[in-house]
Every structure is written in C-alpha cells, then in structure tokens.
Design a protein around this ligand. Structure first.
Ligand SMILES: [Zn+2]
Length: 97
C-alpha cells in the first residue's frame, strides 16, 4: 500500500465525520494519539505501539484530507531520497544528542 492509497482509504471511511469535527478538533485528536504512542513507547508495549503508530498515521491522514494536502506528494517533495538539509543519503548533518 502506498501512502496515497492509505490516505484515500481513511478519506472513504472517515471524511464525513472529519469534516463535521473540523481541523482544530481533529488536530486535538491527532495530538492525543501521539500522547498514547508516547505512553506505549515508554512502556515498551509492542502490541500497543503497533496500534498507536497506526492511529497516529490515520489521524495524520484525516488532517491532511481536511486541509487538502497529499501526504505522498508532500513526503516525496521534502524527502526525495536524500536528506533535505545536507543533500546526502545517509544524512551527514551534525546533530547534538
Ligand atoms: Zn542531513
């Protein structure tokens, strides 16, 4: 499955509800799911992590649908196979940890 196909599936299933809820409240749901992913990672709960990664991706797709952003186009434009900052693959940017 490609990113665009996933976004379309989420649109088919949820757009009627997402559009009633609106961008701001959908964004709050997205952030809530990010929080749940954080908890799953903290607990190293593999089953929950899988579920929460899927939820975060689904809510991100819902937001993109509401704002008419094509996630696949956006991702490929910014990340065309090299780091957008140093232009290398693998990235050679200096990072402070
Ligand atoms: Zn880089």
């Amino acid at each position: 499955m490609e990113i665009r196909e996933f976004q379309e599936i989420i649109k088919d299933i949820y757009f009627h509800k997402d559009s009633k809820r609106g961008v701001e409240r959908t964004f709050l749901w997205f952030i809530e799911e990010v929080g749940e992913l954080s908890e799953a990672i903290r607990k190293r709960d593999i089953e929950s992590m899988e579920e929460e990664f899927a939820d975060v991706l689904a809510w991100l797709a819902s937001l993109a649908n509401l704002l008419r952003i094509d996630l696949e186009d956006a991702a490929k434009k910014k990340y065309p196979g090299v780091c957008p900052y140093c232009g290398k693959n693998p990235c050679e940017c200096k990072e402070k940890f």
